[in-house]
Design a protein around this ligand. Structure first.
Ligand code: HEM
Length: 449
């Protein structure tokens, strides 16, 4: 059973982290493209249209990979997590059905119209399509995060015959956990797209190709998008931290490696670096205030739920939190530097800096992965917080060989998919915006080979 649990968790971790490589980029890049298309529509500038098409092609590739990897995720609920599915099925049925039937179908339909209707649809309708795609993609994220928030902080249900039954849909929608998680994930998506656009634009500028002047424009825009995104992610992350302190104090204590309850509580940034009272300030917005430590929380859990280990793997939460916050600091310094040097002083960026910014594409991906590691490992040993331990959630009818086989199969499929997506994206990046002549009555629409 231990093997099945470990392998099932490993499989879910690999597939979710992989899937989440594509999700934030779909949301953020969709937003970037929608804004850019609005600008192109208003300006009628054919250069704007060429940039739009370039990012549009990368967006479509990323979207397709996200869909494929997302489908595999859902198989696992029935296959590896049957007990869990039975437990939450009545609660998750509605939000997940809405996600698939409404949000995903709307996204796909309007994306299809946007993709194939470029030269046939009236421009206003074409523009409207991409805005609908962005709104529906955010709605998809919303429904998924509502279900995740239920696992983190179960609300709006009664416990009946060993399973959760939904009694109040509105309470489920207004879960305080979700209200903090959603803005953080959307802000993280904006950061991801900004750094993706920045990194690729930097590389194209460095190549000094024919279209590098076009990439300077998307670079500039992405700098501002990145600036807003990083500030938003830090602010929303701060409020999410406060919500975690209230709803899952053990997770917060693990993130900060706080063993004993303290008032005021210091923040241990790295081993040996302590800032007195900072943790109290972060949690209570004042220099005093109790923050519970893991030892006291363990005792409280034991008296409530019986003996057991209620402390999550501390090193994962501790390290991941530092990776996430550290990445945002590096991202912030990149956008500050870029805005100051490139936008305000209007100077050329140094080749090595451009290369560094290209490598910076990895930063939001690191932060996203670290964020989910905190969110999911930090609430262990629970799969549904306070109600169902993860160890009780796995399927009883599958063998560890089955899970191992599907784990290997998914990993291989995902690796192949990653290589294909990378090669296709690389081809598009090398192709760039092209140096095609633009003709026709409506130059923003007609680009001829
Ligand atoms: C100062 C900066 C940041 C702070 C204070 C912060 C705070 C937090 C906290 C407290 C959580 C855990 C919430 C939970 O367990 O549910 C979290 C999760 C997460 N973070 Fe951050 N974060 C920051 C930066 C970032 C950045 C830069 C990204 C990505 C670009 C990011 C992406 C995520 C994601 C994807 C999650 C998991 C989903 C969620 O629970 O919101 N974070 N963050």
């Amino acid at each position: 059973m231990e093997d099945i649990l470990f392998l099932s968790r490993l499989q879910f971790a690999i597939t979710t982290v992989y899937h989440f490589f594509f999700v934030p980029l779909t949301i953020g890049l969709g937003l970037f493209i929608a804004i850019w298309e609005t600008v192109a529509y208003r300006s009628g500038n054919s250069d704007d249209e060429r940039i739009l098409r370039f990012w549009g092609r990368l967006f479509l590739l990323n979207f397709a990979a996200g869909v494929v990897s997302g489908i595999v995720l859902e198989f696992q609920f029935g296959m590896n997590w049957a007990e869990y599915s039975r437990f939450v099925g009545d609660v998750f049925g509605v939000p997940l059905a809405i996600e698939t039937l409404l949000s995903f179908f709307i996204t796909s339909t309007f994306l299809g119209l946007w993709m194939f209707g470029r030269n046939t649809l009236p421009r206003e309708i074409h523009l409207m399509c991409i805005w609908i795609v962005v709104a529906a993609a955010c709605m998809s994220a919303l429904w998924i995060l509502i279900t995740n928030s239920f696992m983190q902080n179960p609300v709006g249900f009664v416990f009946n015959n060993g399973r959760a039954e939904m009694v109040d849909f509105l309470v489920l929608l207004l879960n305080p956990y979700f209200l903090h998680q959603f803005p953080h994930v959307i802000a993280a998506s904006v950061c991801t797209a900004a750094f993706f656009v920045l990194g690729i634009s930097a590389w194209k500028i460095k190549q000094n190709s024919n279209d590098s002047n076009l990439f300077e424009r998307s670079f500039k825009f992405a700098l501002f998008m990145g600036f807003i995104g990083v500030l938003a992610v830090a602010l929303s992350g701060h409020f999410q931290g406060q919500s975690v302190a209230k709803l899952q104090p053990m997770k917060l204590a693990a993130m900060k490696n706080l063993k004993e309850t303290a008032d005021p509580a210091s923040l241990y940034i790295l081993p040996g670096i302590e800032i007195p009272a900072l943790l109290s300030v972060m949690v209570h917005h004042k220099s005093s205030g109790e923050v519970k430590g893991m030892e006291e929380l363990q005792r409280a859990f034991e008296s409530r739920y019986g003996s057991g280990n209620y402390v999550p793997p501390v090193w994962i939460s501790y390290l991941s939190f530092r990776v996430m916050v550290g990445s945002s600091l590096v991202m912030l310094s990149f956008v500050f530097y870029g805005i100051f040097w490139f936008v305000i002083l209007k100077k050329k960026m140094h080749q090595k800096i451009l290369l560094l910014i290209t490598a910076g594409i990895s930063l939001p991906y690191l932060a996203n992965t670290a964020g989910w590691l905190i969110a999911e490992t930090g609430r262990q040993p629970w799969i549904v917080y306070g109600y169902m331990p993860t160890s009780k959630a796995v399927s009883v009818g599958v063998s560890s060989t089955n899970v191992l086989f599907s784990l290997i199969a998914f990993s291989v499929i995902y690796m192949i998919l990653a290589v294909i997506v990378f090669l296709l994206m690389r081809r598009e990046v090398l192709r760039g915006c092209g140096d095609k002549k633009i003709t026709g009555k409506n130059p923003a629409i007609t680009i001829v080979d």
